[in-house]
Ligand binder design. Structure first.
Ligand code: MN
Length: 211
């Protein structure tokens, strides 16, 4: 499986995501000082064929997993404190946060002390996704508060539904595995597969390397 993160502007793909207004990323940029953090400032553009799916593991002041889904040329993002489950009976809180640039999907490193989101980040899982219901767009489904996606990652596959349960400044959603052939109550990839799918490193490795 191969996902292009970087050749975004070059790889034109008709249909969606060409012109992200800088407004989409204004909250992302306002929280960060790009002279001090290694995180991408981000440019608008495409990630390549297929829609990008990413789960980053982020050892911030409280450890969490950041789910990112490419929607209209940026990464819609949710912070999932417990990370994803492959058990359809498990409901995982997912707090919607600001959109991130597509380039963020390939970011691993340490966000320095005192900065927003300080701590180590790895790409815990990535791949592509498509809509479970092909008759709606990701943007429509997100707006409606019910987003069902079919993930083609390395650790996570199959259907997941995000359902918004509370509006507000940081809307709350629940992330639930759909009942399909990839559902498996015995797996627990968050604990058994802690390493990056890009580099094989854990957040502890990354923190130690960059200390
Ligand atoms: Mn985070």
């Amino acid at each position: 499986m191969h996902v292009n993160y970087v050749q975004s502007e070059a790889s034109g793909h008709p249909g969606y995501g060409h012109n992200v207004s800088s407004d989409r990323l204004s909250r992302y940029r306002a929280k960060r000082d790009f002279r001090r953090t290694g995180e991408p400032e981000g440019s608008d553009g495409r990630s390549g064929p297929g829609l990008l799916y990413v789960f980053q593991k982020h050892a911030a002041s409280s450890l969490h997993y950041d789910l990112r889904l490419e929607i209209d040329g940026a990464l819609a993002s949710w912070a999932v404190p417990k990370g994803p489950s492959t058990d359809p009976r498990a409901k995982r809180l997912a707090v919607e946060v600001e959109d991130h640039p597509l380039a963020y999907g390939g970011f691993e490193g340490v966000i320095g002390k005192g900065l927003y989101g300080a701590g180590a980040v790895i790409v815990w899982d990535t791949g592509t996704y498509r809509m479970v219901h092909a008759d709606e767009t990701p943007a429509e489904a997100r707006e409606r508060g019910q987003l069902s996606v079919w993930l083609e990652g390395e650790k996570l596959r199959g259907g997941y539904t995000l359902r918004r349960t509370r509006d507000g400044e940081k809307p709350q959603w629940l992330l639930v595995k759909r009942r399909d052939e990839a559902a498996d109550a015995r797996r627990n990839p968050v604990s058994t597969q802690p390493e990056s799918v890009l580099s094989g490193r854990t957040v502890e490795d990354v923190a130690a390397e960059e200390a």
